[in-house]
Design a protein around this ligand. Structure first.
Ligand code: ZN
Ligand code: MN
Length: 482
């Protein structure tokens, strides 16, 4: 069997989290609302209704362009893309065609094994969403709530070469969108949708093979599965001596199968022309500057800084920058703690993120604060509490929102570091364990661990184990020669 190279380009539709729609003042996020309750003459395409562009949409699109390192068109235009479909009441979609807001750019990211990938972007354009159709028996129902919802469509170059790279690109894009706060990027709620252009060619061939476009891929897992199915289908066709035809294919995630929809349309089919009812989008230097100033440090840059400046292992840096809130919580805790960032990273990953996972919440919803976490690690360092108590204290602080030191006092969690109390217990244990004592004195020094365990049990874990060990040694040896 010949070896094939796979080439994948992705078109993503990103729903911007504006309050109102792209060209009217209807509510943009109508998830779960009754059909056709968030519509007006503009978004339901009534003749004569006049659209007006939403500034928040332009601002969020601009933020994305900057994050993707795209060139900004300081003047861009809206166009009409004409086609007839039940979910498009106006008969055209307002989009940007030949002069979109962003051109070029790229997204850099790392695969799980650390391998760097750069996916170049062809362009980013603003457009409105269409509605939804649903069949009920013989009846076709139309919901126009989603008509006019602001989207950015982002088209990549054919720079990905496996389903895994395509899936990772989407994971990183989703992370970036949430990080920037411009989209909820929830694929299940269609905030982030993806079509994949897939082609194969024999290894070494320069010319790209004919591509097929897979539509309707609505989860990361589906991206992996659908692309892999399509690669296999194309290989089979080629191996059977058939030509690949340029198809548009629909992914059915329930049946796990690809279905041919139509032969792929070309741009000429849409008869694009300028939207006559909208002004050009003109971005001023001042506006661009203010948006630039508001940009956060981006995920990959922060991940690398956590490694180089804070000295974290690559694994930690990647986990701690999975989302912006986690990275900010960690960095603040590390700053308050002031030394040994790796120690804070361990506590963060093992305890704080454990609670986040157990409760299925975000870091932003935690009651425990970064300085609470730093305080808890300090309490362990100072031996006010032991590590096990420290771990449960993270939960207790998060449940109550109380100060760690105050909770230690209130619940009596502190370690006993009073020599005389520990000595009393040690003497009692040694007196009650003549056999172990003899063995220990006979040279089996590892038994000291057993003795420490007995003391810890007697004191319900609240003895300072180091101190208990020292006292035990002196008590045991004091008896030597008797
Ligand atoms: Zn409307
Ligand atoms: Mn589109």
């Amino acid at each position: 069997m010949a070896e094939y190279e796979v080439t994948i380009g992705l078109e993503t539709h990103i729903q911007l989290n504006t309050i109102t729609k792209a060209f009217c003042s209807c509510k943009a996020d109508s998830w779960g609302d009754a059909p056709n309750t968030n519509i007006c003459p503009v978004c339901s395409g009534l003749p004569g209704a006049l659209p007006a562009a939403n500034k928040a949409m332009v601002e969020k699109a601009l933020i994305l362009c900057l994050a993707m390192n795209a060139d900004i068109n300081m003047t861009s235009f809206f166009d009409r893309k004409n086609y007839l479909y039940a979910d498009l009441p106006a008969g055209y979609q307002i989009t940007q065609n030949d002069k979109p807001i962003g051109i070029g750019g790229y997204l850099d990211f790392q695969m799980d094994d650390g391998r760097p990938v750069r996916v170049r972007i062809d362009n980013l354009h603003m457009e409105e969403d269409a509605g939804k159709t649903r069949n009920e028996g013989d009846i076709r129902l139309i919901d126009m709530n989603r008509c006019g919802v602001p989207l950015v469509e982002m088209v990549t170059q054919p720079d990905m070469h496996s389903a895994d790279e395509a899936a990772t690109y989407l994971i990183k894009l989703r992370q970036l969108l949430r990080w920037l706060g411009i989209s909820e990027a929830n694929m299940e709620k269609a905030h982030l949708r993806c079509d994949a252009n897939v082609s194969i060619r024999p290894k070494g061939q320069v010319k790209l093979g004919k591509k097929c476009e897979i539509k309707n891929i609505n989860s990361i897992e589906a991206v992996r599965t659908a692309i892999n199915y399509e690669i296999q289908r194309q290989i089979k066709e080629v191996e059977a001596g058939n030509e690949i035809e340029q198809w548009t294919i629909e992914w059915d995630n329930d049946a796990l199968e690809l279905r041919k929809m139509r032969s792929k349309e070309t741009a000429a089919d849409y008869r694009y022309f300028r939207e006559p009812n909208l002004m050009p989008v003109v971005i001023s230097e001042e506006f661009l500057q203010s948006v630039k100033e508001g940009m956060p440090e981006l995920p990959l840059a922060r991940q690398k800084r956590f490694e180089t400046e804070l000295g974290l292992p690559a694994y930690d840096a990647s986990i701690l920058t999975a989302d912006r809130e986690t990275s900010e919580f960690f960095e603040e805790a590390a700053k308050v703690y002031g030394e040994d960032n790796k120690r804070v990273s361990n506590w963060m990953m093992n305890e704080v993120l454990r609670i986040v996972n157990e409760k299925g919440i975000g870091v932003a919803e935690l009651k425990i604060t970064p300085s609470n976490l730093a305080d808890i690690i300090r309490l362990v360092d100072k031996k006010t509490i032991n590590t096990t108590t420290g771990k449960t204290l993270v939960d207790k602080v998060n449940d109550s929102g109380k100060d760690p030191a105050a909770l230690v006092k209130e619940l009596g969690l502190g370690l006993v570091s009073d020599d005389s109390i520990i000595r009393e217990v040690c003497e009692k244990i040694v007196a009650n364990s003549p056999k172990e004592k003899a063995l220990y004195l006979g040279g089996k020094e590892t038994l000291i661990g057993w003795f420490v365990g007995q003391v810890m049990r007697e004191m319900r874990g609240k003895a300072d184990p180091e101190l208990a060990k020292t006292i035990l040694e002196s008590v045991l040896k004091a008896g030597e020669g008797n």
